[in-house]
Write a protein that binds this ligand. Structure first.
Ligand code: ATP
Length: 273
């Protein structure tokens, strides 16, 4: 049974002794989109959040609640309208190679080979060719694509493209990996395979991951922690720690199903269902 100790719901934060130093910190965070016509759109509001190094945090919530907005703010693509956002103790002022991003639509450069795509961030950072190639090969091996280094994106399946995108995001050795519905466009089998690969990569690299998904099952399979955002403007209404839930997490287990029902109810309530 998934008991209260296992599902640590942090409406109140955990005791100080349990808190690792925060890598990502949000305080009173808000983002408002200025509308060209009509009222401005407050996408997220009063988000207070602390994510420690090594956590794999899944962000769930009803459509349009502000998940991508929050992820884009951590990436440095969008500024806070109010509040404070720090990564590694520094205020986020724009994108940085220290925060790797993986998008749903792969966003590979079609004119570059797989190797060229993975080397791209290193090239921008001025890393010499030999070191670039070695680092790219290391990360292509990590995602099982070392044999595809000289292919072009159009020669790859969707799952392979997304593995290249993950290798590219990891190549600059970021402290944070930001993933926006990265597996949503993949078929169920490929999706399950990439979920397993991501868990393996995260276990090996201990990267901190913030992962946006619509899919409750995916959040339970992956997360060391699940955050549920309210309907827009998004605020955190559930903060559930799953460190005690054994892996691999089987969809057939009673614990999985109880958690699934709880999250579905929370999201449904927010979506007004
Ligand atoms: N550039 C923009 N200008 C104005 N409004 C925007 C802009 N981008 C997003 N929004 C609005 O902000 C709100 C939050 O959008 P966001 O994409 O962050 O939500 P989401 O939870 O990721 O949605 P989904 O789950 O459907 O992908 C939505 O109401 C959306 O329409």
């Amino acid at each position: 049974m998934l008991d209260a100790a296992l599902l640590h719901r942090t409406v109140a934060p955990p005791p100080a002794a349990l808190q690792a130093p925060a890598l990502i910190e949000c305080q009173g965070l808000r983002h408002t989109y200025a509308a060209r016509s009509g009222p401005d759109v407050v996408a997220i509001e009063q988000v207070d959040l602390s994510i420690a190094a090594g956590e794999l945090v899944c962000l769930l919530g009803p459509s349009g609640c502000g998940k991508t907005t929050l992820l884009n703010m951590v990436a440095g693509f969008l500024p806070p309208t109010a509040g404070r956002l720090r990564v590694g103790g520094q205020d986020v002022r724009g994108p940085s190679p220290d925060r790797g991003v993986v998008f749903q639509d792969y966003s590979l450069f079609p004119w570059l080979t797989v190797q060229g795509n993975v080397e791209f961030g290193l090239r921008m950072a001025g890393v010499p060719a030999g070191a670039r190639a070695a680092t790219a090969q290391h990360h292509l091996t990590l995602v099982g694509l070392e044999a595809a280094a000289s292919r072009y994106p159009f020669e790859l399946s969707g799952g392979m493209k997304q593995r290249v995108a993950i290798a590219r995001a990891l190549a600059t050795d970021p402290s944070v990996l930001l993933m926006d519905e990265p597996f949503a466009a993949l078929d169920a089998m490929t999706r399950a395979s990439l979920q397993a690969q991501l868990l393996d990569i995260q276990a090996r690299t201990r990267k901190t991951v913030l992962f946006v998904t619509h899919n409750i099952g995916e959040a339970i399979v992956l997360g060391s922690r699940i955050l549920v955002l309210s309907a827009r403007p998004g605020r955190i209404v559930e903060d559930i720690r799953l460190d005690g839930l054994a892996r691999p997490r089987r969809r057939s287990s009673p614990e999985f199903n109880r958690l699934y029902e709880r999250l579905a109810a929370a999201i449904g309530a927010e979506a007004g269902e």
